[in-house]
Design a protein around this ligand. Structure first.
Ligand code: 6PG
Length: 268
């Protein structure tokens, strides 16, 4: 499916990170249930970093209104990206997800599609690409269509492991690449490529914090410059992009309405 000329951007502004996490958990629940009802399965790719941790903990918590309603049996979990570190390393996205979510919910090992960050970067990328091809039963040049992709955004405008001025920004045929990111401590990363992200049925950003406010406004309302603002590459084929924000991150966006909802449109 090719993306259209116009991108409809729906953003939801929550007062603080805790409210953002609750909204995000509810969104995960609704989108997962919707995918299972429509297609029998929900194939979800999640990002790492710090923002999603509170949301994953809510999804895992038996005392919260999400866990009991999640169709865990019909869910396949993938990652958007991973640092090239072992799965028990402090900055492993897998480790963060295991501690906050996987250790507390009934997902079978075959439902968890980990990026093997402990391997040589090129080997990890090609093995994860094969995992996608096999688990999505792709043929030829087909791209996987995730039901839901959850993204974060860094203060430099990166998303996934698509960092400014790095090679992965220009990869349009592979599904997964190893990306050298000299500006990061963990300089090798494995990431879905942006065409794969854009092919998902639903893509949303989870963004919190004042340090994201200026770049978020640039990404959504500023001149197109994806080499420096890679989050601008995210233009879902569905024509819709959703963001769940806290007030601090949304500070420079047009004010949300009484229900905390905002709307923008971007044209190519
Ligand atoms: C990663 C993520 C990355 C993250 C942003 C935001 O591997 O770190 O995939 O893209 O989403 O860096 O991170 P925070 O949520 O920590 O701000």
């Amino acid at each position: 499916m090719r993306a259209g000329k116009t991108l409809k951007i729906n953003y939801y502004v929550e007062p603080d990170p805790a409210a953002l996490a609750r909204h995000a958990a509810q969104y995960f629940l609704e989108m997962t249930r919707e995918a299972v009802e429509a297609r029998g399965r929900a194939r979800i790719a999640i990002s790492g970093g710090s923002t999603p941790t509170a949301t994953f903990a809510l999804l895992a918590d038996p005392n919260q209104p999400y866990r009991a309603h999640m169709p865990w049996d019909n869910l396949d979990l993938y990652w958007v990206d991973e640092r090239c570190v072992p799965p028990d390393a402090a900055d492993s996205n897998y480790r963060m997800t295991r501690e906050a979510l996987l250790d507390h919910v009934p997902l079978r090992p075959d439902q968890i599609h980990r990026i093997e960050g402990e391997l040589d970067p090129e080997v990890a990328a090609s093995r994860y690409e094969s995992e996608l091809r096999n688990s999505f039963r792709l043929e030829g040049a087909e791209s996987p269509r995730f039901d839901l992709i959850a993204l974060g955004m860094g203060p430099d405008g990166h998303t996934a492991s698509l960092f400014p001025e790095t090679g992965a920004l220009h990869e349009m045929s592979r599904l997964v690449v190893a990306n050298h990111v000299p500006q990061q401590k963990q300089s090798w990363r494995i990431t879905l490529t942006w065409p794969v992200i854009n092919n998902a049925s639903s893509v949303f950003f989870l963004i919190a914090g004042a340090d994201k406010a200026a770049v978020l406004n640039q990404v959504l309302t500023g001149a197109r410059n994806p080499e420096l603002l890679p989050s601008q590459l995210i233009w879902p084929a569905s024509g819709i992009l959703t963001l769940i924000l806290d007030q601090a991150a949304a500070a420079f966006l047009p004010a949300a309405d009484g229900e905390g909802r905002g709307f923008l449109e971007r044209n190519r």
